[in-house]
Ligand binder design. Structure first.
Ligand code: ZN
Length: 332
């Protein structure tokens, strides 16, 4: 925590600045910035401020950076460039590990970067940073997974979280690329063209199991706001698990091996569902789009009440049928 979360050491191996050559790493990988023409576009921070994607970097040593490029970025870019079906096939065949590690790296970098940004825009207010609000300890498990390509740790299948690759409508979204996350639930959404990836990192697949009855109803491509609801449902299920999996690292000193393992609750169970929590997650994730949602026969106030009540859905209608004609928020 001192070296990586609070210090300026390489975010993968923890090398001290000055002890090695550093060539800092883009938070959003460079090939994604190129593919979606994002270098001069801006990412919106939790404080409402913006920063250019091209300048959005975290400290990384050259060794880790090159290794990451060869072992992860090259392979992922090949699959993403091949399109939605290639991504879904890779995950369905049980090879989602690379995607999971890749998404974990992005999630980690996004949050490490937040220690540089002020909570308050007003310079007369205290200089607290957004990252000061994070409990860094909860990212330990994720860090153990994402650095596996450097320390050679083997990962047991139980340590993986939920990962879904959904078809996304290309028309209507403000950009071809979108990123969203819910830190407390370690859940993120990444949209790359017609692929929307939704993942939860610390649930040992509890989130996707819990959300499955609803996910099975999806019969078409997701709109922007529908993808956000899927992210909310992954997060909601993760936060509703009755017992959480526990993760640990086993070091075999004799054989010099490291293995990431999990102690699983048996069986997987959801606790009592707190729909007010789901309401808060929906409101945060929909953002400004909330004001543009229209439902036949309902006033704006009734819609907002339904959202806050936590049972609202833009994914399925009252009969449980997938909404094919989901609305498109106006561009900001
Ligand atoms: Zn390094």
């Amino acid at each position: 925590m001192n070296d990586i979360c609070l210090g300026r050491c390489c975010f993968i191996c923890g090398a001290q600045p000055g002890s090695k050559v550093f060539n800092d790493e883009h938070v959003i990988p460079e090939w994604v910035l190129r593919k979606f023409n994002l270098f001069d576009r801006t990412i919106t921070l939790p404080n409402g401020g913006t920063v250019k994607y091209g300048r959005f970097k975290v400290p990384c040593c050259q060794d880790c950076n090159s290794l990451m490029g060869r072992q992860i970025e090259e392979r992922i870019s090949k699959v993403v460039n091949a399109g939605l079906e290639a991504v879904q096939k890779l995950i369905a065949e049980g090879n989602g590990l690379e995607f999971f590690v890749w998404l974990g790296l992005i999630f980690l970098k996004v949050h490490l970067k937040d220690r540089e940004f002020r909570i308050h825009h007003d310079l007369r207010k205290p200089d607290d940073k957004i990252g000061d609000l994070y409990d860094w300890q909860v990212l330990h498990h994720m860090h153990c997974l994402v650095r596996c390509f450097v320390n050679g740790a083997s990962l047991e299948k139980e340590v993986f979280g939920s990962l879904g690759a959904f078809a996304a409508k290309t028309a209507g979204w403000r950009e071809e690329f979108d990123y969203g996350d819910i830190f407390d639930a370690q859940t993120m959404l990444l949209r790359l063209g017609n692929v929307a990836l939704v993942t939860t990192f610390n649930d040992a697949c509890g989130a996707i199991n819990g959300a499955m009855p609803k996910l099975e109803k999806i019969e078409g491509s997701l709109s922007e706001i529908q993808a956000r609801e899927v992210m909310v449902d992954f997060a909601f299920m993760n936060l509703s698990l009755k017992q959480r999996p526990r993760f640990y690292t086993e070091c075999d000193v004799g054989n010099e091996t490291i293995t990431e393992k999990a102690v699983m609750p048996d069986p997987f169970e959801l606790g009592e569902l707190n729909f007010a929590l789901r309401g808060r997650l929906l409101r945060d994730s929909f953002g400004e789009s909330v004001k543009q949602i229209r439902v036949a026969g309902k006033t704006q106030q009734e819609i907002e009440q339904a959202i806050d009540g936590g049972r609202f859905s833009v994914l399925v209608d009252e009969t449980g049928t997938f909404i094919k004609q989901s609305f498109t928020p106006d561009s900001r």
